[in-house]
Design a protein around this ligand. Structure first.
Ligand SMILES: [Zn+2]
Length: 369
């Protein structure tokens, strides 16, 4: 017996029209979909097929169409749905819809799945399906993330004050450090990183590939490995698109609707959303994954990840108000600290910066050079 989702959203019954290919002939049939215990594909009074929701998978879809297949159907059988509302109901029920997506990062594919993305948003808004938010994250186009990052950048500067610090010798040292970590982490040159003159000990990664280190964090740091570890951790959040995922979880319905209509720049929704990007904490799981990423990147450089933990611990120890510090968005737990210490190893690679470069980086906000 097949057990369909018992608490599935929306009422059962007719879901709307779709185009169906049965996989045996090339005949294109106009069918109605009924969302019962299984997805019933009907032509007039006949049920042509009934697919278990858990077996339905996303296929390469042209823009504006959601194309799906079924694991238990003939290989060439497929359904094509153009109605967003119908696509949304289907997306909300088929929890393994994009099981075959992870690992594919081509922009063309992401763009091709725009209806799948749209349907996921509708599923989140209408049915509050949390899984759909996870599924949506990989589908957010990179161009959109960059626009989001641009607006959030303004938010960061407003909330934390401060200007970009880039005196020549400090910037040269910072660029050297960022490039070493970025290359070790396997990220391309689209990553932009800058130091902000804010006294708050913090660092940020914003969607679209921007990383900020605040001068307040540099002031507390005692060596280049501490900052390198933090940079690597932030790059981990970028790689895993955690900021975008946070926004989808926390940004609210208005953000999702803005995303849906693609016209969010300059709107109140985006300001609100980018604020949530700056103030929200990453989940425990996201922190662990970013730590794993940072530990690997540091090991590849022949450097220890332990200093990163030491810097964070130093911020905890002395900071009275942690609400704006790096600890607010990256909660530091005992097991995180223990893990970074456990991964300690004697340096096998050269120092990331010379003593003189490190001194220049520490002084990047001074106007003297
Ligand atoms: Zn983090």
């Amino acid at each position: 017996m097949d057990s369909g989702p018992q608490n599935a959203p929306a009422s059962s019954g007719a879901g709307g029209f779709a185009i169906y290919f049965d996989g045996a002939s090339s005949r294109r049939r106009l069918v109605t979909l009924e969302f019962n215990d299984r997805l019933e594909i009907r032509e007039y009074e006949h049920t042509l097929a009934a697919w278990s929701y858990a077996d339905v998978r996303l296929a390469d879809s042209p823009s504006g169409t959601l194309r799906v297949t079924c694991l238990t159907a003939p290989e060439l059988a497929r359904l094509e749905i153009r109605d967003t509302a119908v696509a949304a109901v289907l997306t909300s029920r088929c929890t393994l819809l994009d099981e075959n997506i992870p690992g594919r990062h081509g922009i063309a594919r992401i763009v091709g799945w725009s209806l799948a993305a749209t349907a996921s948003i509708v599923a989140v808004v209408l049915f509050g399906v949390p899984l759909a938010a996870d599924r949506l994250t990989p589908l957010v186009p990179q161009a959109f993330e960059r626009r989001l990052g641009d607006v959030a950048e303004g938010q960061v500067k407003t909330m934390f004050g401060g200007k970009i610090c880039d005196n020549a010798s400090g910037q040269a040292a910072f660029t050297k450090l960022v490039n070493a970590v970025r290359e070790s982490a396997g990220l391309d040159t689209s990553i932009q990183s800058q130091v902000l003159s804010s006294p708050i000990p913090n660092a940020f990664a914003l969607p679209g590939g921007k990383v900020y280190v605040f001068n307040g964090l540099l002031a507390k740091a005692e060596n280049a490995d501490e900052i390198a570890g933090i940079l690597a951790h932030e790059l981990g959040h970028l790689r895993h698109r955690d900021g975008t995922r946070n926004l989808i979880y926390n940004g609210g319905t208005s953000f999702l609707i803005g995303l849906l209509f693609g016209d969010i720049t300059g709107s109140g929704a985006l300001i609100f959303a980018s604020r949530s990007l700056v103030t929200a904490s990453y989940s425990r799981e996201a922190e662990q994954n970013a730590d794993t990423f940072a530990i690997d990147a540091m090991h590849r450089l022949g450097r220890s990840p332990k200093p990163m933990g030491e810097l964070m611990f130093r911020v905890t120890g002395k900071e009275g108000d942690k609400s704006l510090s790096i600890l607010a968005s990256h909660p530091l737990t005992e097991d995180r600290l223990a893990r970074m210490s456990h991964e300690d190893q004697p340096p096998s690679g050269p120092p990331l910066l010379t003593a003189a470069e490190w001194a220049s980086l520490k002084a990047i906000c001074s106007s003297k050079n």
